[in-house]
Design a protein around this ligand. Structure first.
Ligand code: SAH
Ligand code: SF4
Ligand code: F3S
Length: 458
């Protein structure tokens, strides 16, 4: 059950101040005699992955141990998502698990941050009696200062971050979103668009590469409206600068809005060696009237032309993925049929399908949510089945062709796996490759979700 209104911060697009319980003395601060350990948990989009990483670094900077296992931890931090009601339900479920964890030992505390924190603000403290802190992950200073004040005698200055063997990392390049898609709460909880400068991004990527990262994904809710606040450089320019970082093998970017998907972007994919042949371009719906009600500001024909232009420019192949919402306010059978038609016509590699979920405070929340839940589910399942076939067919076209696999790990049965440049999960025969290497392989077999390939003879 979602709160009916947005918190003042979400309504005003301003960062939320730290809120904590003031009516009773909880948590009791107990001297630990060691650095406090923090358990981090997150859900939601890649932005939250990146926020978790950053928060972990900031916690280590003040002397806390980030990424502790729950049973060892003193503080649990939930980094939450509010894009659909289901995401919130998962957070409340996780919270219920944490209540017994907290009560098992005095001095434990629970903090909630991420998008639900901005959406609900201090209303969460009233609703969840065992919650101690709510803070804005974009501005964690108040929370960090609180930890410093409470654990002053346990904190001994910065701790080294644990070593990482990660090959891939997310790099935020633009935060927030200025679009106002009528169904979407993201602009309210993430605020207005704000880009980092090209040199900041490049410096971040260099640091990651020095730590062994080989693949970066540049992130933004609306990544292709990226604009360097000083030089005015756009995403294709940024891609060029990142591509030039020594030791980086692969660059990806997420999420593009069709409104700003320009030919220069497709040129960058085609021309820059590290930029992978993959485009995630959410369409949301395949009917012009429906797109207008969603305030997506493009037509089906314009979107189709963009995908065709991109595929034409990026040869021999480009993997294209999209997001689609079913059951939006007033979605008729014939509008829904338009979405299916578009999927069949464009043959996406991957489609993230979601049933429309009313979000408080959004423009669409003022319209009747008139497609019954059962019908939403039916439409969703129908498109899932359609897409399963399309994905299987797309992947069949890879059989007999060459892919480049960045080997990320080895499964329990000894088979190395990783992703192709197109972002396809690819399995290799046991013993044929080691993690951290790039392997050229020929696809032997495929399913709707995966490729199976054999290393090509050198
Ligand atoms: N900035 C991206 C993604 C934002 S959220 C974009 O513009 O596409 C990720 C996806 O969640 C969206 O693409 C949309 O498909 C889905 N989504 C957002 N709000 C939703 C809602 N209220 N109900 C169902 N799905 C939603
Ligand atoms: Fe939401 Fe639209 Fe912004 Fe994407 S572009 S985050 S769907 S408002
Ligand atoms: Fe969810 Fe926030 Fe991302 S609402 S989808 S975690 S920006």
């Amino acid at each position: 059950m979602a709160a009916p209104v947005l918190s003042p911060s979400a309504r005003g697009f301003v960062p939320l101040q730290l809120v904590e319980r003031t009516n009773r003395r909880t948590p009791n601060t107990v001297a630990l005699g060691r650095a406090p350990r923090v358990h981090l948990w997150h859900i939601g989009c890649q932005m939250n992955d990146a926020d978790r990483e950053r928060l972990g670094g900031e916690l280590a900077d003040i002397g806390c141990v980030p990424e502790a296992a729950l049973e060892d931890a003193d503080i649990a931090v939930l980094i939450t998502c509010t894009v659909r009601q289901k995401a919130e339900q998962k957070v409340f479920g996780k919270f219920r698990e944490l209540v017994s964890w907290k009560r098992a030992r005095p001095g434990r505390s629970i903090a909630l941050t991420g998008c639900m924190a901005v959406e609900h603000g201090d209303a969460l403290l009233a609703r969840l009696p065992d919650l101690d802190y709510v803070f804005d992950v974009r501005e964690p200073d108040g929370f960090l200062a609180k930890l410093q004040a409470m654990h002053a005698i346990d904190l001994d200055g910065p701790l080294p971050l644990p070593a990482t063997d990660r090959l891939s990392a997310f790099v935020p390049v633009i935060n927030g979103c200025n679009e106002m898609c009528t169904y979407c709460i993201v602009p309210f909880v993430r605020g207005r668009e704000q880009s980092l400068a090209v040199d900041e991004v490049v410096a971040h990527v260099r640091r990651l590469v020095d730590r062994g990262v080989r693949e970066v994904t540049l992130l933004g809710q609306n990544v292709n409206s990226y604009r360097d606040p000083r030089s005015g450089a756009r995403l294709p320019d940024l891609l060029r600068a990142v591509d030039a970082v020594d030791g980086l093998w692969r660059t990806r970017f997420l999420t593009s809005h069709p409104r700003n998907a320009v030919p220069a972007l497709f040129d960058a994919i085609a021309e820059l060696p590290t930029v992978c042949e993959q485009l995630h371009l959410p369409v949301q719906a395949g009917d012009d009237a429906l797109l207008r009600r969603m305030r997506r500001l493009y037509t089906v024909a314009e979107y189709t032309a963009q995908i065709r232009a991109a595929a034409e420019r990026v040869r021999p192949r480009l993997a294209v993925s999209t997001d689609i919402i079913v059951g939006f306010c007033g979605e008729t059978e014939s509008e829904f049929a338009g979405t299916e038609r578009l999927m069949r016509e464009l043959q996406f590699d991957t489609v993230h399908l979601a049933a429309y979920s009313v979000r408080p405070g959004t423009a669409a929340a003022r319209r009747p949510d008139d497609v019954p839940l059962e019908e939403k589910k039916r439409r969703l399942n129908h498109l899932l089945a359609v897409q399963r076939e399309i994905a299987a067919e797309r992947n069949r076209q890879y059989e007999g062709t060459r892919v480049e696999v960045l080997v990320e790990g080895v499964s329990e049965d000894g088979r190395p796996y990783g992703r192709s440049r197109e972002g396809k999960v690819t399995w290799l025969p046991a013993g044929s490759a080691t993690p951290g290497t790039l392997v050229a392989a020929t696809v032997r077999h495929s399913t709707a979700w995966q490729l199976h390939a054999d290393p090509a003879a050198a």
